[in-house]
Design a protein around this ligand. Structure first.
Ligand SMILES: C[S@@+](CC[C@H](N)C(=O)[O-])C[C@H]1O[C@@H](n2cnc3c(N)ncnc32)[C@H](O)[C@@H]1O
Length: 194
């Protein structure tokens, strides 16, 4: 799938019926987040990926969108705490793990088709996660990284440890791109070399 097609998917507005109530609530709270939720649902509906892994589950909305996009595929989502409670976020094809993103990768997780890195706004952490998980991603696999434009800490101080600097100097083994899916926070992707 080329970048043009990914951009087209980012424009699609439909999302899964099972998550309508949850996404309506999320849309009111954080309108820009819903764009990437819809995108993940559409993407997996089209690509039918066998294995998607998310680092940073939070409430499980992205995991549910990926899972509902392709009920035949497997979704693994991990977080240091379990906060799953919203309607529709428990699905038979999602495995929620409670573990650190840099802990050893569980046996049986290999040839990942899509990795979504969404734990922290610290560029250093995201780079470590990318390096840690890269050997478990298949050739030509997809990596998405959230918050790539964040450059300031909560006091408004610009810090090179944050995402914008990481993203600027990041040279992945593949094609790096940006999609308009998370407002001013930014949303990045990589198609790994085949
Ligand atoms: C921005 S939220 C994730 C949002 C979620 N991906 C979504 O799309 O709705 C970040 C989550 O990462 C988790 N987190 C932070 N550091 C982590 C780490 N080192 N390992 C695993 N999870 C972590 C936090 O507990 C938090 O729930």
């Amino acid at each position: 799938m080329g970048i043009k097609r990914l951009e087209e998917l980012a424009d699609v507005t439909t999302y899964p019926e099972e998550l309508k109530e949850t996404l309506n609530i999320q849309e009111k709270r954080h309108p820009a987040n819903v764009d990437y939720y819809r995108f993940f649902y559409q993407l997996n509906k089209h690509l039918k990926l066998k294995l998607c892994v998310e680092l940073g589950t939070n409430l499980g909305v992205t995991a549910a969108c990926l899972a509902l996009g392709n009920p035949e595929g497997r979704v693994v989502s991990l977080d240091v705490v379990n906060k799953i409670k919203l309607k529709g976020c428990i699905q038979p094809n999602i495995e929620y793990l409670v573990q650190d993103s840099l802990a050893p990768i569980p046996k049986g997780i290999k040839d990942i088709d899509l990795l979504f890195i969404d734990t922290s706004s610290k560029g250093t952490q995201n780079k470590k996660e990318y390096d840690h998980w890269l050997p478990s991603i298949r050739k030509g696999g997809l990596v998405f990284i959230d918050d790539i434009f964040i450059a300031k800490d909560i006091n408004g101080k610009i810090t090179t440890d944050f995402m914008a600097e990481f993203w600027r100097i990041f040279k992945p083994k593949g094609f790096k791109f940006e999609l308009p899916l998370h407002g001013i926070n930014g949303f990045g992707g990589v198609i790994l070399n085949g």
